[in-house]
Structures are given as C-alpha cells and as structure tokens.
Design a protein around this ligand. Structure first.
Ligand SMILES: *[C@@H]1O[C@H](CO)[C@@H](O)[C@H](O)[C@H]1NC(C)=O
Ligand SMILES: *[C@@H]1O[C@H](CO)[C@@H](O)[C@H](O)[C@H]1NC(C)=O
Ligand SMILES: [Zn+2]
Length: 992
C-alpha cells in the first residue's frame, strides 16, 4: 500500500535529473515594460482538498450532482492547453491532488510536464499538501503538511518545482504565526483573498493592499518579514470576465461581421476595471486572478478568450494606450513589485477575526466539529511518535514482525486534515466522515510501525494492543487481563511524569516499574458520566491510576498484576458529597456551598488567590433578525442575544479522593458534566468537561461555553495564541489598523485559541490551556470564556449547504469530552509552566499495551524495559519539534526554542545544543541546515528584500553562518531545521 509513493518518485527522479536546468525563474516572465500599466493575468484553479465532496470524489469528478468538479480533468486539460501555446501560463497549488495525477501519467506526459515547469509555463505556488487553515491548525501540523507537499515537488521537479510564493487565497482569516512560518520556509511573498470587509475598504482607500507583514516580535527583521498582498477580488476574476465553462459571461466575439461583435465593449469594460483597480494599488502593476473553484476542467474557453483579450487590449497601444496585459504568475507579479523599488507599510497584528459583512463573523468555525478537532490534534501526537520510532529504528520499523507500513499514510491523512474545510469543521458531514476515516487508516499503519519499532528496541515480540478509547474508559485488554504490560513512549526531549489511567475490573493491582520497583497505584470507580458516554462499548467498573516516569525520546515498561478481585480489599477511595474544597501541594480549589460551582482558586506556593466562578452557558443561535438575515452556522457564529443562558444555577457534586488524585464530579444537566481534578503531583487544575448530545428538540441551535468569571481588572485586554505558538494581545472592540465599527459584541470579539488563552492584571495571570482548537474571548473585564461545542439547525449561506447537526453514532447528537488546564500565577512567571505544559499536551506520552510477557525477538540481548535515545535530556527551552525520516536514509530534525523573548526570566535566553552529542544510538553526518520546510539549504535561501515605509534602506539580508553541528544556538522562538545522514549503531549501545 505504501511502497507506491517512493516507487513512483524514483522513475521521476531520473527524469528530473536529465532536465534539471535553470530555465525557470523571473527570466521566464513575460516582459512588463516601464511606462505602462501592466495587468498580470494569473490563470489558476482553486481545488479544495475535500469540502462538498471528499478528496477522491473531487479528483475523479464523482458526484457531479453535488458540485461539478473533477481535478484529474483539470490537469489533463490545462497541460494540453499549455503545450498548445508557449505564451500561456498556469499555476497549480494543491500537492495532494497533483501527486495523484502525476502517478497516473505515462513517461512521455511526465517529460512534457517537466518541460513546462522548467520553462516557467506551469508553476507551482504554495505547494503544501493542501492550502491549510490558519485558525484551527497547530504549527507542528502546518510545518509537516507544507514539508510533505514541497518534498514531493522537490523530488519530482528539483529547484524549478520549489514554489517561491505562498497563496492562501481562501482561508477565512490569517494568523501571524502562519506568516512567520512562511517567511522561514523561504517564501518571497504571500497573497491572500479574505480579510475583514472594513479592513479591506480601508486598505483600498489608503493604498495599503500590499504590505510587509512582520510575523514576530522575537526574531530580528527581516527574518520574520513576509511581503503580503491582498488580491483585488478574492480569488475570482473581475465581474464579466469569467470565461470558464462554469460561468456564463459573454465570450469575446471578434468577427466584425457579427451582429453581436463585442470587442469594443469588452475593451472599454476591461479598461474600466483596470482603471478602478489600479487606483487602489501603489505600483504600475496590477493582478487579476483568472479562475476560481474547480475551474479549467475544460481549459479551452478560458485560454482562448484570454488570448484574445491580451491581443485586443494590447493592440490599442498603437493608438496610445498605456495598458499592457500579460499572462503572469504570482512570482512574476511579485518580481515586478520588488523591482518597482517602492516602500510598503508594515503590519504587526493578524487578520482575525474575519467578517465579510456586518453581523457576519467567521468565528464559529474556531469551534465547529469539536470532536474532530481533538482527533486531529491527537493524530498529530500519534504521528510524531510514529515518525520518531520510524527514524530511531529505520527499516526495522517499516518491515517487521507486525507487518509492513510507514508513517506516510498518516502524514498524508494529516496533510489532508489541515485543509481549510477539514480541521475547520466546514465540510459536509459525509466529507468529514472521510477525513476521519483517512486519519484512522493512518493510525492503523502507524500502529504497525510502532509495534515493529518497539519490538526492535525491546528485543521482544509482544502482543501489542493500542487502546484508542481510553478517554471513555474502554480497553478490552486491561478490562479482563490478570496481568499486562504498559509501554509508555515519551516523544519529548525531556523526561515526563504522567498519570496513567486504565479501565479495569479488579479491585487491587500491583504495578512494577522498569527496574522491578513498586509503583504506587490506586483504583477509582468509573463515573456515571463516563458510562453514559461509552454505553455498551466497555465493561470496566474502575480505573487503575499510577504515576509513570518516562525518559526523554524513549519508553518505560510497567507490569501490572491483578491482586484481588474481592471487594473487601478495595482500598480507600473516599467519597464525599458537596465538597467544600480540594487541595494538593500546588493548588486549592474551593466550591460554593450552595451552588456547588468552583468559587475560587489558590496557588499555594505563590500565595495567590483568585475568587472566581466557573460554569457552563449556551448562546441561542441566531436564525436571522431585522438587522441581518445572517444565521449561526458551521462558519459563522451569531448569537441571538449577547447574554448566554446558564445551563443550570447549581450542580449536584461529589468528591472522590485517594493518594493520587482528587476529583469533584459536577452534574450540570443530563448532557453536561465536569470533573474538577487535582493530581497529587501536577501543578495545575484540570477540568474535564463532557458536553452533548446538545438537545435541539426545542428548535434552538446552541453554542456551549465554559465561562470563568473573576474580578481581575483586565481593562479590555486578553491574550490568545496563534497556532499553538506566539501569543497575541487582543483588545475588546478594537482592531489595530483601522477604526472598528462593531456589529456583534460577542461574535466580533471571538478569536482562535489553539492552545492557550489568558487574562491578567498587574499581579495575577489566569491561564487556560486547551487540548484542541476552540474559539475564546473575554466579553467583559475579568471574564474568560471558551466555546466547547456547538449544534445548529440552520445553514449559514457560505456554501456548505448543511446545518452543523453532527448526529453522531447514535443519531442523537455528538458527545464531546475535553480538558482545560488552569494555571494561576504572576504575569512574570506564568510562561515557564504554560509553555512546558503546552508541549506536554500536544506531544503526550503514547500508551501501548501488551497482554502478556513477550517472547525474545532478537536473541543478542536481554529484553529492555527502559530506553532513551538521548544522551542527556534537552533543557526546557529546547524542544525537539521534528525527528523523522525524510527521503530514505535522511533524518529530518527540527530544534525549537519555545519561549518568546520577554516572557520568562528562566528560559527566554538563547541556548546552545551539541547535535553530535545528542543521540545515543545513532550518529549523524553530512548535517545540513535547511529552510523550515526542508526543501532548500539555508545557505541558498535568498529572499527578496522590501523597503519598509519610513526606512531609507533595504534591510540587511538574512545571513546564514557556517554550520557547526556541535554548537547550535537557538534564540527565542527560533526553529532550526536540519537534514543529516544517519547511521544506526548496534542497539546494545542504547542507554537503558
Ligand atoms: C487606432 O485608431 C484608428 C483611428 O481612430 C483606428 O482606425 C484604428 O482601428 C485603431 N486601431 C486599433 C487597433 O484599435
Ligand atoms: C558557539 O557559537 C557561538 C556563536 O554562535 C560562539 O560565540 C561560541 O564561542 C561558540 N562556542 C563554541 C564552544 O564553539
Ligand atoms: Zn477553498
């Protein structure tokens, strides 16, 4: 199944070698003479990697009754039309589709296409596996999906296949972290199509449609700078100039004998568009996107009419016209802008939230399909584990006692899941089901890889099982076994302590660690909340809890033995109703005696107290009103009033406690519950919420929030992360670059929260870490809210054509369970912990179970119970972001400094790593530093430079110093990417 990928590429590599030359690049652009207003026509198609149809259906053109779209025919047709006339140009964007098409082509067609690419006639733009969303995505997954697509293009087309321009024409808002990532991938510029309607009007009126976007406050300019252009008409052609077979605009009828001869009218109307458009832009070049969703299935009408348009408009030059129309590409247009030698405004905030009209805020999709958003995040976690174990053991992972497979299946599925209709939750239900299935198949393949790798590392063949339903206490292995083993793999570069919870039916267990030592364990009843969710899926009455220490980039093995099935030996989990407080050595949480709700949190070590109430509320979804017909839907959040309704005023609650954990169970309603949890060794408060099926029989769509009400003096400010990384300050009813007219006091203040949100005054910061992306805000001072789940009865008129009903497995509506981790600290000290916990959350230890004792697998050594691939743990300010195979035999390594420059006294400073001394069982040679997307040596990166408004000079270029792998310095928020040749030493030299 998997080998097809590299086999396909191999043929191609030979071809590319033959043709590799220097044909592509700016020299292949059509001349754009000075003294003219040059109109750059960019023929393009926008191919969603799933939306109304799934990826396969879009590729083949199935289900054309839903939407007429067939990507294979688009590529077939465009290539023929490009070959027919060397003046024509086309760009292609989505590698997930191109990869499929490429593999189906005969060698002569592949040669033709390589030639088109070499000559700059077909140009790859953006080039990621998909055009990823920017609001619900995590930076780790963005980098991976870009790397996957760009690696494919690199392998097939060499340097001419390396896109130099990023093209995010459809994502519904744009994040600052995305700009930073694109800059570090070596892109010269970015074009986008969607921004707030007020922002756009303002930019058009002030000629600020094109700018320098500074992606970070932490990295010195111009490293984080990305030239960014807003396209004039989204990504569509100007009105009346759509010549696709899906459109109905008049073709150019150029025979003067015709009654309907329309050339003069066409010229007039085109020049009118040109005049209006050029008045909004600074340079003597303007751009027109000639294409749209799934256009060019028949490329003839487009190209034939553009040929004529160019001919008839340029013919006017003999009579003094100063308009010159050319076929162009984003990189040719960008080159022209760069040569124009102008100054550009600098932007430092982001493009969230996006509204396309009054009351029309695209802030619902920050939360839409909350279950899928968690599965996507968890799949990234699993992929990193899979990548690491594959890289640590090489061929032993891909071919072994459990079968054959590679990380590629999950990499591709994750690539698809980053698409701007996938992780966003804005695809039709049947398409979302397909995204989920793809991820699941990726998990299955990675389970083979992980089992093979663990066998190789432990030296035993075990009957490994993976329990994917632990969040609802289901695991057939542990529910029945008298004894079993638990392997815990830690993908982080530093050791972690983890609270393991496994569904069981016994009353007393002994747990032994890797060296045979006793490990404290407790058994706690499975709650009714959990039993209600899992229904007949599992039988466990209890959960076994123990604390596990796991070394960095390695595993520990624990063995569990059932001691007694007798209830009389069931030890001491104590139950109390209506508890007043719970407390560990870090935190005390207090509960209100009447309502049972949280009433205060205390950080005991810092002596900080914050009285606050936490509860669940719901917004009643708008069905449209006199102000606007806009409804709340998959994209758009619009409550019908600004005050959310409480689910209940008071909860029934009880406390269960033992030596490892204290848990307060709060029942808000038949469809909303929460566990407030303190583990004895964890320095945060965990809230595990369970919401759904959201009832809609009352015909009211509902958007459920968890809200924290405090008296913190927050002065309109709150803080949210971008893609799990840098934090941006948000200000209620305010935008940094224009004077906002607010039409939605709640929805217009929602922002994406990918991993953290906080509020603070001068002494206290209250931080909530999330386990997935969701929307969040602070609607009044001192208040913080996160939208956890939504269920809606109306479509919101943005194309998906379905209400967000999510029926779920039982047809009653989906139940979603998740966690919020609460931190209370001083503003100066907060980042220390929220950064480290943020990494632990998205790269959690993976639990692999084995039902019995393994049989020896490789006879050379005894079984290994503990293993670390690192010689020494990495410090807290170095994160091993990527450890994966890149082409066969190459190791892809990314080291990241996860702290912003002023947020931590302890960790914000630069840190140095010796790459050669890092790994115990493998040696690296030919280490080369690459751009972030690993498709260009850093030393060859030579990005265009842009003069900022008010600056007299161009910035100094980004210099890359000679690499010393023994001395890699990471500055605050820097990510450094390396490719190396890896040699595996004998496993006996692994530390244990
Ligand atoms: C240029 O102008 C002359 C005089 O008006 C006209 O006859 C001729 O057709 C024009 N040429 C083009 C290409 O329109
Ligand atoms: C490591 O590199 C830095 C410059 O990046 C230099 O100042 C330092 O002396 C180097 N250390 C060693 C041990 O080579
Ligand atoms: Zn799209």
């Amino acid at each position: 199944m998997e080998s097809g990928g590299y086999r396909g590429l191999l043929v191609v590599l030979l071809l590319a070698g033959v043709h590799r030359g220097n044909g592509c690049g700016p020299d292949t652009c059509h001349p754009a003479p000075e003294g003219f207003l040059n109109v750059h026509l960019i023929p393009h198609t926008h191919n969603d990697v799933g939306w109304l149809k799934n990826v396969d259906q879009y590729y083949y053109g199935a289900l054309n009754n839903i939407q007429h779209a067939g990507v294979q025919y688009i590529l077939d047709s465009v290539v023929q039309q490009l070959l027919a006339d060397p003046r024509r140009r086309f760009i292609y964007v989505e590698s997930a589709f191109f990869w499929r098409w490429w593999q189906e082509q005969k060698e002569c067609m592949q040669k033709d296409v390589i030639q088109l690419v070499q000559e700059g006639r077909l140009e790859f733009i953006n080039g990621g596996w998909t055009m990823n969303d920017e609001a619900a995505t995590h930076y780790s997954a963005i980098i991976d999906q870009m790397t996957l697509g760009l690696q494919f293009l690199q392998t097939v087309f060499g340097e001419c296949g390396r896109p130099s321009v990023a093209w995010h024409i459809d994502p519904f808002g744009h994040s600052r972290e995305q700009a930073l990532l694109f800059a570090q991938m070596g892109f010269d510029g970015l074009f986008l199509g969607r921004l707030d309607y007020q922002d756009k009007i303002n930019r058009m009126n002030t000629k600020n449609m094109e700018m320098i976007w500074r992606g970070s406050d932490d990295l010195a300019a111009p490293t984080a700078d990305l030239f960014t252009g807003v396209l004039p008409n989204g990504y569509n052609p100007p009105d009346h100039f759509c010549w696709d077979q899906l459109c109905s605009d008049a073709p150019i009828m150029d025979n003067p004998q015709l009654e309907d001869y329309n050339v003069d009218a066409i010229i007039d109307s085109f020049l009118d568009v040109v005049r209006k458009q050029s008045s909004k832009y600074r340079s003597t070049h303007i751009v027109m996107t000639m294409g749209s969703d799934f256009q060019y299935e028949n490329a003839i009408p487009w190209f034939k009419n553009m040929d004529k348009l160019i001919q008839v408009v340029n013919a006017q030059q003999v009579n003094g016209s100063k308009v010159n129309v050319i076929y162009s590409t984003p990189s040719c247009y960008l080159t022209a802008l760069n040569r124009a030698n102008l100054s550009w405004p600098v932007k430092t905030d982001d493009f969230f939230p996006y509204a396309d009209g009054p009351h029309m805020f695209w802030t619902g999709y920050f939360t839409s399909r909350a279950g899928f958003k968690r599965y996507e995040r968890l799949s990234n976690n699993f992929l990193q584990v899979c990548n690491q174990l594959e890289a640590l053991t090489g061929a032993a992972a891909t071919h072994g006692p459990y079968g054959t497979g590679s990380s590629l299946t999950l990499r591709r599925a994750m690539g698809v899941a980053q698409h701007h209709d996938a992780v966003t939750g804005t695809a039709k239900q049947h398409v979302n089901d397909d995204y989920t299935l793809r991820l699941y198949k990726g998990w299955e393949t990675c389970q083979v890889v992980i089992s093979n790798a663990l066998s190789s590392l432990t030296g035993t063949k075990e009957s490994f099982t993976f329990c994917n339903l632990l969040n609802i206490s289901v695991c057939p292995t542990t529910e029945v076994a008298k004894s079993f083993s638990v392997f815990l793999y830690n993908p982080l570069g530093c050791a972690v302590t983890w609270n393991v919870r496994l569904p069981v039916n016994g009353f007393v267990y002994t747990v032994k660690g890797p060296s045979g030592e006793d490990v404290t364990s407790e058994v706690i009843p499975v709650s009714k909340f959990t039993k209600d969710v899992r229904r007949d899926k599992g039988t466990a009455e209890r959960e076994l809890i123990f604390q596990a220490q796991i070394p960095p980039l390695g595993f520990s093995k624990f063995t569990v033995q059932k001691v007694s099935t007798q209830e009389r030996f069931f030890p001491k989990s104590k139950t109390t109703t209506n508890p007043a407080k719970i407390e560990n050595k870090y935190y005390r949480v207090e509960f209100h005696p009447e309502t049972g709700l949280i009433s205060g949190i205390h950080n005991l070590q810092k002596g900080i107290s914050l009285p606050m109430t936490q509860s669940f509320y719901w917004y009643n979804a708008s069905v449209g009103n006199d102000d606007s017909i806009q409804t709340s839907g998959a994209y758009i959040f619009r409550p019908n009033q600004s005050t959310p309704l409480p689910i209940t005023q008071n909860v029934r609650s009880y406390l269960v406690e033992n030596s490892l954990v204290q848990e307060v169970y709060q029942n808000f309603s038949s469809w909303c519950s929460q566990v407030v949890r303190l583990y004895s060794d964890r320095p945060y408060v965990e809230l595990e919420w369970t919401v759904g099926p959201i009832p809609v029989r009352d015909n009211l769509g509902k958007e459920v929030i968890s809200r924290f009400d405090s008296k913190l003096q927050t002065d309109g400010d709150f803080y949210t992360d971008a893609n799990g990384r840098q934090v941006l300050r948000r200000r209620r009813d305010f935008r940094e670059t224009w004077s906002l007219v607010q039409t939605e006091p709640v929805a217009g203040n929602y922002y994406p929260v990918n991993s953290r949100i906080y509020i603070k005054d001068k002494d206290i910061q209250f931080t909530v870490l999330t386990d997935r992306s969701q929307g969040g805000s602070s609607i009044t001072d001192g208040l913080l809210e996160l939208m956890v789940h939504r269920r809606l009865l109306d479509d919101d008129f943005r194309g998906v054509g379905e209400p967000l009903l999510e029926p779920g497995q039982y047809g009653e509506g989906l139940v979603v369970r998740g966690r919020h981790m609460l931190l209370l600290d001083t503003p100066q000290d907060s980042a220390d912990l929220h950064r480290i916990l943020g990494l632990q959350e998205y790269m959690s230890p993976q639990i692999i179970l084995s039902s019995g004792d393994g049989v020896p697998y490789s006879s050379k050594q005894g079984p290994t119970n503990q293993f670390s691939a690192l010689r020494t743990p990495l410090p807290n300010n170095v994160h091993l972001l990527t450890f994966a195979l890149h082409e066969p035999k190459k190791l892809l390594l990314r080291l990241e400094h996860p702290f912003q420059s002023h947020e931590s006294c302890n960790y914000s400073q630069p840190v140095t790593v010796n790459l050669q001394e890092l790994f115990a069982g493998l040696s690296l040679s030919e280490v080369e530093e690459m751009t972030l997307s690993a498709n260009l040596p850093k030393s060859k990166m030579n990005r265009m430079q842009w003069r900022a408004e008010g600056a007299s000079d161009l910035p100094r270029g980004e210099r890359s110093l000679v690499l010393d792998p023994t001395n890699i310095t990471l500055n605050s928020m820097e990510i450094r990417t390396f490719l190396a040749t890896v040699q595996y030493r004998k496993h006996s030299t692994w530390g244990s």
